[in-house]
Structure formats: C-alpha cells, structure tokens
Design a protein around this ligand. Structure first.
Ligand code: TPP
Length: 635
C-alpha cells in the first residue's frame, strides 16, 4: 500500500480498511529505519493516524500543515513522496528528521524548537487570507509543546483574530518524560469528560441524517452544541479564548479523525481538536517506556535494546554524565544548590539529582524563558540555582538571562549541554550561538571546560564567589578526554592555561575546551611538519584578563583562536579587536563555524563529521596553521 502512495492525492482513493493497512505499513517502515539510523521513534509512532487523516482530508501544499517541534513528521514525509529516500533519514546527504521547506513543498514551515506551530500556522493562514486564497492551516502540537509560553501568546492572538485555524492537540500525556504542570492536569480532566463527546457524536450523526442541511443550519447546530458544551465544560480554556473545542477523540481511529476534520472544515472558526494518542503506538517497548524511545540511537527491533545498553562502556564518561556526577556530589554538601530543567530531565543529566533531591528539583515544562527568570528569583533569595539546558534551547531565554539574571547580577548557573556541533538533528539543534549571544552581556562569566576535572573546578569556583552574576558553563555532546595536570591547575580570573608550551613561541593554538582533542591532533600533525605549536586552553571566554591576553598574543608569530561556535561575535573576533586596538604584532587567525546557518550536509552527520566539514578537526586546524605560516616572513 505504502509503495503506491506517491503524493497525498493517492490517499483520497483509499477505503478505510486500506488506510488502516497503510498505517501498519508506515509504522513498520518507521521502526525499521529508526532502528538503524536512530531518531524520534515514539513520537512518530503516535502520530501515524493523525498524519493519514490530515492528508486524506486536506490538500497539501495549498493547505498548510505545521508540525510542532517537527519530531513527529516521519509519516507525513512518507505520505508526501519521500519513501524512496526515507532510509537516508538523519544521515549525511539524507532526509532531515524535521520538516524542511527546502526538502518538500509539503513541509510548510521549518520547526525543531517547541511551541511555534500555532504562531506559524496562524501567520500562514492570515497571509493566505490577505492574498484572497481560500485555504486551511493546521497546527499539530503535542501536550508537551503546549507547556511553552509562545503557544499561549498564539492561542490568544488566534482567538482574537477568529480566522479558521485548526489546532490539533496531540495529547499523549508525555513530553519527553511524563508531562508536568497544571496544564497537563487540566488536559487530563478534559479527557476524562468523554461523556460530552459521546453525546456530541450522536448529535452529529442525527444532524447529518437531516435532509438539506445547509451551511447556515450547520452553524446553528454548532452554536447549539456550544450551549450544550457550556453545561459540561463550564471552564473550557480553549472555548474561553475564542476557539471551538472538539474532543477528546481517539487519535488512532482514522474514521473518527477524518469525520471530525471534514466537519471542522465547514466551520469558519478557530478550532482546537483534542486528540488522545499513545506515544510509541505499535512497538511494545516504546509503548511501555516512551521516554526511553523518544529519541533513540540505533536499536534492535527484536529486543528493543539500544547500543549503549548493549555494549559495555569502555570509554570515558560524557560531559553530561560528568555534569550529573559533579552536581550530585556538590549538592550533598551545599544545600543552596537547586536545579531546574525545561522538560529535559534525562537529556541534561538531572534525572539522578531529581531522584535524590526531589524538593530541590524543578521541571518547569518546555519553558526556558520562565526557567531563567524563575531561577533568578531563587537566586535573589539566597539559593544557587543551576539551570540545565541545551545550548540551542537557551536561545529562548536570551532576554530573561540579560534582563533578569545579568542586570541584577544574580548568581544563576546556566549549564549549557550540547554546546557546539550536534549530530543528526540538523540545523535547528546546533549549539553554536551561545558564545556570541552572551559574550556581549555585562556581568556574565562564560566558562568552556576541557575536561571533567576542569568543569568541577569551574563549578566550585563559582559557588565560592559572593558577588558573581550569572555564569554559563558550556560543554559539548562528547565524551570527556583523559585528565592531564593542566586541567586541574587553579583558576585565575580571566586567564586560560597552557596545556603544552615550547620555548620557540612559534604558534599558539588558543582553543575553547570542547576542542581539546582536535588541537592535540593538530599539534601532532604539525610536529611531523617540524612546527611546534603551544596549546592554550582559554577556560574563561568572559571576563578576560586583557593585559595577559595581549602579552600572550605579542609573544607569538602566529596566534589562532579556535572555537566551537559561530565566528560572528565570538571569542576570536573579540580577541582580534583587542589585538588591533593594542597594535599586537602576532599574525592572528580565527577558526570557528562560518557565520551562516549550517545547512544540508554541513548540519547532518556525527559531531566528528561536522567538525571535519567545518574545518575544525585536527587536520583542518593543522592545514590552516601551515597555510598561515607560509605567509609569515621569518627574520
Ligand atoms: C524550545 C525547546 N525546548 C526543548 C525541546 C526538546 N524537546 C523536543 S520534543 C520535546 C517534548 C515534546 O512533547 P510533545 O509536544 O508532547 O510531543 P510528543 O513527543 O509527546 O509527541 C522536547 C522537550 C525543543 N524541541 N524545543
């Protein structure tokens, strides 16, 4: 069946039985490809019938479907002509795991970060209206993504505009972990009131049997149903905002889904369709433990085991694990430490802390901005909050970090995981902006540890400071290197530390900690070419002991700043300006991610591949050094 679907138009010819068969085949396809490529398994398995029903009823790409986060769009990709390339999902040269307008006209809007779909779909719809196009726009948003504040701003605006926006609320009670918060409880209460829905279905069936049911009469019925609803849902939040509310309905019943979608098409009103689904549907292991199968590396279909469970670990712990261990041991002694996650308890390494200190742990939902301001409140009242976020998601909290934490010099610690190149998830998940975003913010300290010990040193140093503002500690999605003595040397404010130093003072490779392995590899290649490079681990990206840095640069013929972040506004650019201002004599070069969004192949692949294509692997660094040295005339 799946083979015969070349475009959504092919769905219109199928019977309900055939559509159900198609759902089975799509599930098999998703399980098979994700088991080898990794990906967002459980969310996709839960959204198969929703995808089929949407493409059956609507006419994409004229009608626009916006997938919130976009991590549930695999069935949509399979139904919109991408079956052949599906095996390349998340690979170099392959399909992106999220919607991408450049990949297909059926991907109406790029997503990756949560809670944007209602705003985007409303914008698309309003634009069509202004251009006199009669189309539909549908936002598919999960109950997890609905914990993000942006979604409420959009609901409020959409209710006010009154355009016929369709919001499908895919409620599976899960964010990545179990969903949290008042809203989640509220949705559960709505789901339990199935009584109204049964009544409604009978009412609809009766209405449809009436002869000559015209548009006007249908609208009257809708109004009548609203009156009925008022009896059952005195407190329906969505209705109060100006939406028609339908639900809860079974999100795995294609028949019911298509009926309801066809019905709501006839209304000229904003509608929320509350759909209840099971995360991981159709794969037992994922149904049992949807959080473990939210985002997975490759796994065995037979026993559901992933590589990391299967294989005995014989490598160093990851930076995430190092952070987790450090936090736990420090928090045992220091009762001021509390931790905050924005719906990423496991990913950021806070799960054990949450278990050990449940009263000192907060999951605020997908609400990074709130997390930052909430933490600022905690810090203003004597605590030492640690907000653990991925670098890419801290982008949501820029104003809160500047306005609430930095301006008031509050000691909030932001632990930014996955800072730098991030494998497989593409351009939306790269952690390349944090240095540039926050280097210009006064009162902030930014640390880039190279190892577990160094991270601990930085953390403990921060806890000792009494008048410090917010602190950012950024580390990559990578394993920690083996410790060397330099990593444990005491911190000196604003200064880095030499990892290796030669007498010649020929070349200095000044690097952000995450690139330690790469500069060591570069130094080895250079050595083979009779070039002696000193390795200087920057440690502090802010503040900087400027006199020290000027003197350091003046010592070398060639200084290269190597950072795992975007070049514009990064450390290297700051150091260049400093060098220019003080007429520093060194030849200075910056190696960083080029100042454009990573696209296509430059964004997909393992971290090692991304470092290589962006010229930041050992070979790339060594090549630049050799090239640059050839320009220098020796006395
Ligand atoms: C701003 C932002 N923060 C965090 C994330 C990480 N994230 C991806 S999916 C997800 C949970 C989404 O839950 P839900 O919307 O209910 O979808 P489900 O996976 O349950 O289908 C989170 C927290 C993100 N994508 N964007």
């Amino acid at each position: 069946m799946l083979q015969s679907i070349k475009s959504p138009a092919d769905l219109k010819k199928l019977t309900l039985r055939e559509l159900n068969q198609l759902a089975k085949e799509i599930r098999q396809q998703i399980i098979s490809v994700v088991s080898s490529n990794g990906g967002h398994l459980a969310s996709n398995l839960g959204a198969v019938e929703i995808s089929i029903a949407l493409h059956r009823v609507f006419n994409s790409p004229d009608d626009k479907i916006v997938w919130d986060v976009g991590h549930q769009c695999y069935a949509h990709k399979l139904l919109t002509g991408r079956l052949e390339s599906f095996s390349s999902l998340r690979k170099r040269n392959g399909l992106c795991g999220f919607p991408k307008t450049s990949e297909s006209p059926h991907d109406a809007f790029n997503t990756g970060h949560a809670s944007t779909s209602i705003s985007a779909a409303l914008g698309l719809l309003a634009a069509d209206k202004i251009q006199n196009k009669k189309t539909h726009a549908i936002a598919v948003i999960g109950d997890g993504a609905l914990t993000g504040g942006l979604a409420y701003e959009a609901l409020s605006h959409a209710g006010h505009l009154g355009l016929p926006l369709i919001v499908i609320l895919n409620d599976n009670k899960m964010s990545i972990s179990r969903n949290v918060g008042g809203l989640s409880k509220y949705l559960s209460r709505l789901s339990m009131k199935a009584k109204y829905q049964t009544f409604r279905r009978h009412f609809d069936a009766l209405a449809k049997k009436l002869p000559f049911i015209g548009e006007a009469f249908f609208k009257l019925i809708v109004r009548l149903k609203r009156a009925v609803k008022a009896v059952f849902y005195i407190d329906n939040f969505f209705v109060d905002l100006g939406f028609e509310y339908v639900g809860p309905i079974n999100g795995h019943n294609i028949g019911v889904l298509t009926d309801v979608l066809e019905d709501v098409c006839k209304l000229n009103l904003p509608v929320v369709i509350h759909v209840v689904t099971r995360k991981g549907k159709g794969f037992n292991y994922a149904e049992d433990k949807p959080d473990n199968y939210h985002g997975v590396v490759s796994f065995s279909i037979n026993d559901g085991l992933t590589e990391s469970i299967n294989i005995n670990k014989n490598f160093n712990k990851s930076f995430t694990e190092a952070f987790s261990d450090m936090l736990l041991s420090t928090a045992k002694e220091d009762k001021r430490i509390v931790t905050i996650t924005a719906a990423m308890k496991s990913g950021t390494g806070l799960a054990v802390f949450a278990q050990t200190f449940p009263d000192r742990f907060f999951d605020v939902g997908i609400a990074e901005g709130h997390a930052a301001t909430f933490a600022s409140g905690l810090a203003a009242n004597n605590l030492r909050p640690v907000v653990a976020l991925y670098s890419t998601f801290v982008q949501r909290a820029v104003d809160q970090i500047i306005h609430d934490a930095a301006l008031q010099k509050l000691p909030v610690i932001f632990a930014l995981d996955r800072a730098g190149f991030v494998s497989a998830d593409g351009e939306t998940h790269q952690g390349l902006f944090d240095i540039s975003l926050f280097r210009s913010t006064p009162n902030i300290t930014i640390f880039a540890p190279a190892s577990e010990n160094e991270m601990r040193l930085m953390f403990e140093w921060t806890l000792e400071q009494e008048t410090l503002g917010p602190m950012i500690i950024r580390y990559p999605k990578a394993n920690c290197p083996l410790e060397i003595e330099a990593f444990s040397l005491p911190l000196e404010l604003g200064r880095g530390v030499f990892v290796t130093e030669n007498d010649e003072k020929q070349v200095c490779l000044a690097f952000t900690g995450s690139l330690y392995r790469e500069v060591v590899e570069a130094a080895a290649i250079l050595k083979e070419n009779q070039i002696k490079a000193d390795l200087y681990n920057l440690r502090f990206l802010k503040p900087v002991d400027e006199n020290y840095l000027i003197e350091l640069m003046n010592t070398y013929k060639l200084t290269i700043f190597i950072e795992e972040g975007i070049k514009d506004g990064g450390f290297g650019e700051y150091a260049s300006a400093l060098a220019l201002k003080h007429s520093v004599k060194t030849k200075l070069t910056i190696l960083a991610a080029e100042s454009s969004f990573l696209e296509g192949n430059n964004a997909l692949g393992t971290r090692e591949e991304l470092l290589a294509v962006n010229g930041l692997d050992g070979k790339g660094i060594a090549k630049i050094v050799i090239d640059q040295l050839s320009f220098i005339k020796y006395p």
